[in-house]
Ligand binder design. Structure first.
Ligand code: FMN
Length: 197
């Protein structure tokens, strides 16, 4: 059976709609015997370190030139890369914040994407992703609704698809949404939202 990684990036704990939607996806996949193990990474409990000059410097070093201090700085990045490498299915929950993904999720992506690790350059300048044969389920919660805005204001799914396909090799991204969480008397039918799974 396949292995799943559940990324939670809302800090609202049990009250988070994106977390609940991600959990519903995980439960459905377990029910269908598609996944056997789940590793949960709650970014709000252990926030990813923000990039600074020292860490970015380590990102661009050849592996054989990284010393003990560099390895220490790379601990978080190496840990989350290994979690991604070992997962077949990745469920990512994110709130929509100011039209984009949560800051916690952006910080996680900035730690994940690395030349020579998640992608390599070919002789002709094109890139090859290193995280292959993986499927992402994206669980997005928003206070409003996509239909309120011009299509060009969709930055959550489009960003995740762009960054994963360009810099990791993951091209299979399936998006599910809880919309209108800021409306009065919200009741969410998660089963209905994920009925296509
Ligand atoms: C700082 C902030 C920015 C937000 N920006 C948007 C937005 O641009 N569009 C929108 O529809 N909802 C926006 N919301 C509402 C959240 O998307 C909504 O509360 C959602 O349910 C949060 O996800 P969660 O329940 O998983 O925490 C924002 C909320 C906060 C706190």
């Amino acid at each position: 059976m396949k292995r799943a990684l559940h990324i939670i990036s809302s800090g609202r704990g049990e009250r988070s709609y994106s977390r609940a939607l991600g959990t519903a996806i995980i439960q459905k996949l377990i029910g269908k015997n598609e996944i056997g193990t789940v590793v949960e990474r709650d970014l709000s409990k252990s926030p990813p370190p923000l990039l600074d000059e020292a860490l970015v410097g380590e990102f661009y070093k050849l592996p054989e030139t990284i010393d003990a201090k560099g390895k220490q700085l790379l601990t978080y990045a190496d840990t989350i890369f290994n979690e991604m490498k070992e997962a077949d299915i990745i469920v990512i929950g994110t709130p929509m914040y100011n039209f984009g993904i949560s800051g916690l999720l952006k910080a996680w992506i900035d730690q994940l994407v690395r030349v020579g690790i998640t992608y390599t350059y070919n002789a002709d300048g094109t890139r090859t992703g290193c995280l292959l044969n993986k499927k992402v389920y994206l669980a997005v919660a928003s206070g409003g609704r996509l239909s309120y805005w011009p299509e060009a204001y969709e930055f959550v799914e489009s960003y995740i698809k762009a960054v994963f396909s360009a810099y990791t090799g993951i091209t299979d991204v399936c998006t599910y949404r809880v919309e209108g969480t800021a409306e009065q008397h919200v009741t969410v039918n998660y089963e209905e939202i994920i009925q296509s799974i």
